[in-house]
Design a protein around this ligand. Structure first.
Ligand SMILES: Cc1ncc(COP(=O)(O)O)c(C=O)c1O
Length: 387
């Protein structure tokens, strides 16, 4: 029996369905934007939370060893990565974490590099913290993205870059970086003394034989990197605000600990810990089923466009549940927002959010929803192009 249940989330105060005005200026669009799922979490998570709620006392929470062990076991089982208990730190969100690490690893006006197009809060973190943003565009070959190592290194040298915020797997282009790519990239960083924040929030969502390699496992990088991940994408727990920071190096841990002592974010809420522990301990089957649903939705998008609008470029989905789609053969980049909203009635992430107008012909579609919603979205785009 299926463990994954689609839910109608309308009128539940969820951002994706009920909070479109901020980004789109209106409500009522079919939303395939915000990166959360329209699926109920694994039953083991609701049970663990219900048990906690039913005892009716919500005082200060002592994080049990079983929480850490659940994460350690998950990393070992799915990523062959041995995390030590003392390396683990807490953050309510991955975005908060990379903002904070940017603050204590760099100084105002220092230069930070990212590979574009990229998850836009990377860009905001750099700009909001008054660091200088340098971008190195990925190379796009018919929708398949690779790193321009020469450009990356050149820009690091020319701009005295001190920090690289890295997305692995990469949102929005769906790449799962290979061992060779990771090593080449991180060796360049080592050579030029560039510190790395490795955002691995999408680590578990990989498809078609692609395997995520934790950046720490790609080589000897402990003293130049901090990794941030979370159960939030994997198990649809973003509202529970529980993320994991992995810091193998003792000196770096000291820096982190000193920094968070200053801002007094020493731990999260009970619900987040309970949900994360339950998911990592018992969510395996649910997770495998979600992956199948996501990949089927991707194939639906890819195959339907291939048949009806063959010049739409859908990037191969190696990882994440986000599909990166280039509409330039059918829609002028300057018309894409009107096209998606007015003609198709869709809320999708617009390409220019990910690094500028050169990505305006793209949209990012969230595949973690029902097949019916994905079908409706694709059909609306096809109809919009044809009529
Ligand atoms: C690469 C990446 N990092 C971080 C986040 C969000 O992290 P959080 O909600 O824990 O702040 C997302 C959500 O889409 C993401 O794609």
């Amino acid at each position: 029996m299926s463990q994954v249940k689609y839910v109608d989330r309308k009128n539940t105060n969820c951002n994706k369905w009920d909070g479109q005005t901020g980004m789109f200026g209106e409500e009522g669009l079919l939303p395939l934007w915000v990166a959360d799922m329209d699926f109920q979490v694994p039953e083991c998570v609701t049970k663990a939370l219900s048990n906690y709620v039913s005892q009716g006392v919500f005082g200060y929470y002592k994080v049990p060893d079983t929480y850490y062990q659940a994460f350690i076991n998950w990393e070992k089982q799915y990523h062959s990565y041995e995390v030590h208990r003392e390396w683990i730190r807490f953050s309510p969100g991955v975005v908060s974490a990379f903002n904070w690490i940017t603050q204590f690893m760099t100084r105002p006006d220092d230069t930070v590099i990212v590979l574009t197009p990229v998850y836009y809060p990377f860009l905001h973190a750099i700009q909001n913290n008054h660091r200088r943003l340098i971008t190195s565009d990925l190379i796009n070959t018919s929708g398949v993205y690779t790193i321009d190592f020469e450009d990356f290194e050149q820009k690091i040298i020319e701009n005295h870059v001190s920090l690289f915020i890295f997305c692995s797997p990469h949102n929005p282009v769906g790449r799962v970086w290979t061992q060779d790519e990771l090593k080449t990239l991180l060796d360049i960083c080592r050579k030029h003394h560039v510190f790395v924040i490795s955002d691995e929030i999408h680590q578990d969502l990989t498809f078609a034989g692609n395997t995520h390699i934790p950046s720490f496992s790609a080589g000897d990088y402990d003293d130049m990197m901090i990794t941030v991940t979370a159960p939030s994408k994997t198990f649809n727990l973003a509202g529970c605000q529980n993320s994991v920071i992995v810091i193998p190096d003792e000196e770096l841990r000291k820096k982190w600990d000193e920094y968070v002592t200053g801002i007094r974010i020493l731990g999260g809420n009970a619900f987040g810990y309970i949900a994360a522990e339950a998911a990592y301990s018992g969510g395996h089957e649910w997770f495998e089923e979600v992956k199948e649903i996501v990949y089927e939705n991707y194939l639906l998008v890819k195959n339907t466009f291939a048949k009806e609008l063959p010049d739409v470029v859908v990037s191969p989905l190696e990882g994440t549940y986000l599909s990166w789609i280039d509409m330039k053969a059918y829609v002028k980049p300057e018309d894409i927002k009107d096209f998606m909203q007015k003609k198709c009635r869709l809320a999708l992430d617009y390409g220019d959010w990910f690094g500028g107008e050169r990505f305006s012909s793209f949209v990012r579609m969230n595949l973690a929803t029902s097949q019916e919603n994905v079908k409706k979205a694709v059909e609306a785009m096809i109809a919009g192009c044809i009529h």
